[in-house]
Design a protein around this ligand. Sequence first.
Ligand code: SIN
Ligand code: MN
Length: 280
Amino acid sequence: MRLSNQQCAAYREKGFVLLPECFSLEEVELMRSQLDLVFSEGGPGLVIEKDGTVIRSVYGSHRTNKVFGQLVRHPKVLEPAVQLLKSDVYVYQFKINAKRAFVGDVWEWHQDFIFWRNEDGLRSPRILSVAIFLDEVTEFNGPMLLIPGSHKEGMIDVTARDTELADHYQEDGEDLDRRNWISNLTADLKYSLVRDDIARLVRRYGIEAPKGPAGSVLFFDGNIAHASSNNISPFDRVVSLVTFNSIENLPVEVENPRPEFLVSRDFSPVIPIQEGAFFS
Ligand code: SIN
Ligand code: MN
């Protein structure tokens, strides 16, 4: 599936493009039918909300679950990514953000690329993410908020924060590696943007909250400033997110590489499936 010239131009200008109802209801149902399974698998890729019980995210399910393995190869997701990054791509990261009704917590304002540069040795922001809505996303259930055009300002350097949760894990005797990366995934983000920068960007560019039925797909730039507020509604907001990196943008080696389920070092170009094969 190819984006039109207009959609590509919108992506370059705003740093994102939304494709409403891109996946059919049958395709959405197939993905939703896997959620209990991937959430119950546990493992190190599972991140829990601050309440200690509700699942916030699960990472790396494209490697353990056939349907999500096919999703990252689905032409509706893969082909626009190849088109926008102008090269073959590999899966850098895969996650499902649950943002459950009543308890789903915030994602503070941030740019993604700073995490990938500082933690994983990525040199250029030739990388993008694709959010596939598995629930309807409305103004009520914590939609992603994006600052259109903010990607053009490039990466805004911020000092890494020693987050409360990292301390909490330390007290609990959680192993050192996990403590090092958990603060990239929780509500207390390690590289969140400072308020002055957020206010300046929003004054200049405004805020948009792309919304749409389940099956809608949002492509967004690695440097766009974004966030989402907590979900106080009675509606879940489950979204799966695939990050594709250009195979011409491989990271340099770092001292303490994060685990494979967080940042893949399998640089093989993703091969598309036939659309019909999603159900096979
Ligand atoms: C993200 O910033 O990676 C996800 C934000 C969200 O799920 O709202
Ligand atoms: Mn992000």
